[in-house]
Design a protein. Structure first.
Length: 205
């Protein structure tokens, strides 16, 4: 995973340099307005915070962080994989593990701090005010993402930005961030999907 991340960071300048060229020649289609994921279920990621409640067993109930390796440890249950599981799936896993020690355990898992798996985060790189990775939310749009990262820098070429869709094997779409943010053109707003990467190049002028 570390090697992959380093390769992505190393490739970033080249990617940013190509964005304006691709957009200018018109070879990249505009992003579809509607791309919501109606059946989306939140999956647990590293550094999420989980509130685990074991009914009628308060001594086993606990709030724990998900470790960077994606696992959690609770009373009587050590090193249980939480990464990529939904809260209900993880609750069933904990019930199965606790069933060796107590009779008919009933477990509820509540997520109270959201990060999500890396594969489902939205990543914003380039000329955003605060480039970062953010957790996907149901019905999230490009405007929601840009508000969270603080908009564009003064050097951004927002209308040459690219949206790279991980759910479509890296297919690229054009997005009009300058029109959306600076001109208030709501027609430039589009849905985002888990795993999207938004690349904002620097203006040449």
């Amino acid at each position: 995973m570390l090697t992959t991340a380093l390769k992505r960071i190393t490739a970033l300048p080249a990617i940013l340099g190509c964005v304006g060229i691709l957009s200018a020649c018109g070879s990249v289609p505009p992003a579809p307005i509607a791309a919501a994921t109606p059946q989306y279920r939140y999956l647990i990621g590293p550094l999420d915070t989980l509130n685990i409640i074991v009914w009628r067993n308060p001594e086993l109930s606990i709030t724990v962080p998900v470790r960077p390796d994606g696992r959690i440890s609770t009373p009587l249950v050590e090193d249980l994989m939480a990464l990529g599981r939904s809260p209900s799936e993880l609750a069933r896993d904990i019930e199965k593990a606790l069933g060796k020690f107590i009779r008919d355990p009933v477990v509820t898992v509540l997520v109270t701090g959201f990060q999500g798996p890396y594969s489902e985060q939205i990543r914003i790189i380039g000329e955003a005010t605060r480039p970062q990775a953010i957790a996907y939310r149901q019905n999230m749009t490009l405007l929601d993402v840009m508000i969270q990262v603080g908009g564009l820098t003064d050097f951004a070429d927002g209308n040459s930005a690219l949206l790279v869709r991980g759910a479509e094997q890296g297919k690229q779409y054009r997005v009009r961030l300058h029109d959306l943010i600076k001109r208030g053109d709501i027609s430039a707003n589009v849905d985002v999907k888990p795993g999207d990467v938004i690349i904002i190049p620097q203006s040449w002028f």
